[in-house]
Design a protein around this ligand. Sequence first.
Ligand code: ADP
Ligand code: MG
Ligand code: MG
Ligand code: MG
Length: 402
Amino acid sequence: VFTSAYFTMTEQEAVEYAKTRLNFFAPDADLECREIGDGNLNYVFKLTDHKYHKSLIIKQAGPVARISDEFKLSPDRNRIEYEILDLQNKLAPGFVPKVFNYDPIMNCTAMEDLSDYTIMRTALMQHKKFPLFADHITTFMVNTLLLTSDVVLVHKEKKELVQKFTNPELCGISEDLVFTEPFYDCPRNEVFEGTREFAKKEIWEDSKMQLETAKLKFDFMNHAQSLLHGDLHTGSIFVKEDSTKVIDPEFAFYGPAGYDVGNVIANLIFAYVNAKYTISEDESRADQLGYLKNTMEDIIDLFKKKFLQAWDEKATEQTARYEGFKEYYLDTVLRDTAAAAGLELCRRIIGLASVKDVTSIEEYSSRAAAEKICLSAGKMFIMDRESFKSGADFVRVLGDCE
Ligand code: ADP
Ligand code: MG
Ligand code: MG
Ligand code: MG
């Protein structure tokens, strides 16, 4: 049944699939399956063997998005996800789940079960702290971004990767949802009533802002710099105290390196406004806000340090060794980081895909205040993007918006 034509599996069919198509569980395993997907696009089956205490995840791409069947997507995106996880396992070992099998007929990938981790967005909404996160995520980003660029790769190999990871459908989603719809009064936007007036005045009626988003959109479409994760928000990151794993790279393609870094920063700002408006006790609120600010600052500063170090150790391109070039290049990545943070801040507030950190703020005026901080910060990041050079520069924006 699983070898001729694609269909979306039920839990029972996923058990059958594992038994007949994968060499993972013992023949006499006692298998149970639950579909645990909470994302927008795919089905995630968790299989547990109660007899030998093993478990496995099977992620299957569906033919339409779960949030809206307006998005019809080729399930071949599962191939991209498998191939990129396989590559990231080599570039940044230990920072992504291990992959065991890819099935081009059923459009599914079998991978390591990370159920002993927590999704970072959830953990941050419980106001937990992960002191090693900045160190981990910057290693992941430098290794996946710099090591896939022309600075390090043989140019022919890099161009082959650009071709292999052309991802037109999912890029199309980002081009619409991130770069276009949030910046005009698009019917598909989902704008909180307490925010509409501010969005109208500060974003939709600001033609200078629209001009900048057009430049950024064309840069996203035309600047094949690094192999991006492409969807690096805190819902794509699993954390526990001593370890960080990045999942869900189906949006991967060659784009501006700062896109991933900026997404991480913006999502920490969503956690920041959540903490600001939902922790009632002064001391623990200040503590959590301090932790989040330090983490943002560390991410930028550690990213810079590791990026320059990896450049010195791994650059193969001759002109990359010219004096001043790596600093020039890093400056452009920081500029693109600020821009991407700004886009993510705006699009999660105004656009179709919102984030729980913000929508779960129950009190009307608190949510409006939180959304206003995100939009003001977003606008500054986009408009002043050339001026962001250090972690302190990124964190300062919060002070200016509160
Ligand atoms: P989507 O592309 O639909 O967003 P994700 O890859 O983000 O799918 O997975 C959705 C959810 O499934 C995650 O939030 C997580 O709870 C669970 N999940 C995904 N991959 C794993 C894994 N390897 N181990 C454990 N749980 C996982
Ligand atoms: Mg996801
Ligand atoms: Mg909204
Ligand atoms: Mg996804």
